[in-house]
Design a protein around this ligand. Structure first.
Ligand code: GRF
Length: 190
């Protein structure tokens, strides 16, 4: 299964996928890694010798045109799936339609609880005792697509947002690699 990975941040999820691919644990080829801004995730891809691309909103006159540019940059690598691994931008319905049913996102909560950009903070503020991570298909509504996999992570007394997010991310890396491995088995060889 050929994938394009989109990142915005530290890229630890990407690193887990890079490591799993490198170790031959999953039948995945990373065609390219893209980002909306320079970030550690892009550096990790470059260090691994993967093609990278950057599509910055500031380089485009409006959101619609940024979306088109991103869509073209991703499509140029002819992926079977597009993985959003800590990609912190919302894409429009046209982008979702272009890769319909083929975009996978990872989100640090048990959806449908706590969608949005502050999932870990919101879970703590709500006082839940268990939160977790969701790998799901992307649809036009944010954090709303069919769920592919989930893992629960207990909240510990006195947890800070950073501490809880680190434990979620440990679970997230494993879940994401497993989910990709399963998806790869359902994609016919090219
Ligand atoms: C992950 O927890 C992701 O779900 C969230 O931001 C974090 C990104 O981490 N949206 P990284 O860039 O993969 O290290």
């Amino acid at each position: 299964m050929r994938i394009v990975v989109m990142v915005s941040g530290s890229g630890t999820n990407l690193q887990a996928v890079l490591d799993a691919v490198g170790a031959g644990r999953i039948d995945v080829e990373i065609a390219a890694v893209g980002a909306d801004k320079p970030c550690r995730g892009l550096e990790r891809a470059e260090a691994a010798g993967i093609t990278t691309f950057l599509v910055r909103p500031a380089d485009h006159p409006d959101r619609a045109r940024w979306n088109r540019a991103l869509q073209e940059a991703v499509a140029a690598h002819t992926p079977d799936r597009v993985l959003f691994a800590g990609f912190m931008r919302i894409v429009d319905a046209e982008f979702v339609e272009a890769f319909r049913g083929r975009i996978v996102n990872t989100h640090p909560s048990l959806l449908p609880s706590f969608p949005g950009a502050h999932a870990v903070r919101d879970a703590l503020a709500h006082g839940v005792k268990v939160t977790g991570v969701t790998v799901h298909e992307v649809v036009a509504d944010v954090d709303a697509g069919p769920i592919l996999a989930q893992a629960a992570v207990p909240v510990q007394q006195g947890d800070t947002e950073a501490q809880l997010h680190e434990r979620i991310k440990a679970a997230e890396r494993e879940l994401l690699v497993d989910a990709l491995g399963l998806l790869a088995r359902s994609v016919p060889a090219r």
